[in-house]
Design a protein around this ligand. Structure first.
Ligand SMILES: N[C@@H](CCC(=O)N[C@@H](CS)C(=O)NCC(=O)O)C(=O)O
Length: 203
């Protein structure tokens, strides 16, 4: 398997999930500064021009939600997804919220050109990022009251996804000091050996 990623991006969640398993994989780093994600060679793998992309023996998977689910379900001994349907739904609720709402709010900081053409529109979108991220993380802070993981006592792929979005918060103008449960979750993640290995790979 090959995982295409760029450091600090959402693809790092898939890197962490792979590091939680014993599966052999090759991490392939894209250089965003050189816009490698937009070059024909990568677009042949993922025409969306985004990371992650995971090459499996059955074909390419894109979208963090799908990549994480594939990693969890194809490595059941790693115990990265609950067997109970309600808990699995709660895990998917988190992943879905992160991908469809929180990540999109974050992208408004520097990717405003996806939605508008005027500098003033981009400035407006950038200005809303801290407040929008704080709104989302206010809810996540409450959810983490039970802990230690986002759905309770079981660590899942949703925690890897959440960790990467947490790592964007300070840059988005949200101080972790205002979110003690989120900060504790972030620190708990930093102590996992899979996270340490993923951080080493990203360099
Ligand atoms: N919905 C996708 C979003 C993937 C995505 O937007 N990745 C960003 C990095 S965080 C990217 O590759 N951006 C490249 C670009 O916009 O050129 C997912 O959840 O995997």
């Amino acid at each position: 398997m090959k995982l295409f990623y760029a450091p600090g991006t959402v693809a790092a969640a898939s890197l962490i999930a792979l590091c939680e398993t014993n599966v052999a994989f090759e991490p392939v780093r894209l250089n965003f500064a050189d816009k490698q994600q937009t070059k024909a060679e990568y677009l042949a793998i993922n025409p969306k021009g985004r990371v992650p992309a995971l090459i499996t023996h059955d074909g390419v998977i894109t979208e963090t939600a799908a990549v994480l689910t594939y990693i969890a379900e194809s490595n059941p001994t790693a115990n990265l997804t609950p067997t109970d349907p309600f808990k699995r739904a709660k895990m998917n609720e988190v992943i879905s919220y992160l991908a469809s709402t929180v990540h999109v709010n974050h992208a408004h900081k520097i990717r405003g050109h996806r939605w508008a053409d005027q500098q003033s529109s981009w400035d407006d979108m950038t200005a809303r990022v801290a407040a929008n991220m704080m709104d989302c993380f206010g809810l996540i802070e409450d959810t983490l009251k039970t802990g230690p993981w986002i759905i309770g006592d079981q660590y899942t792929i949703a925690d890897a996804h959440l960790y990467i979005v947490e790592s964007w918060l300070e840059g988005d103008g949200v101080s972790l000091s205002k979110l003690p449960n989120v900060a504790a979750h972030f620190n708990r993640m930093n102590r996992r050996s899979a996270v340490k290995r993923a951080l080493e790979i990203m360099g």
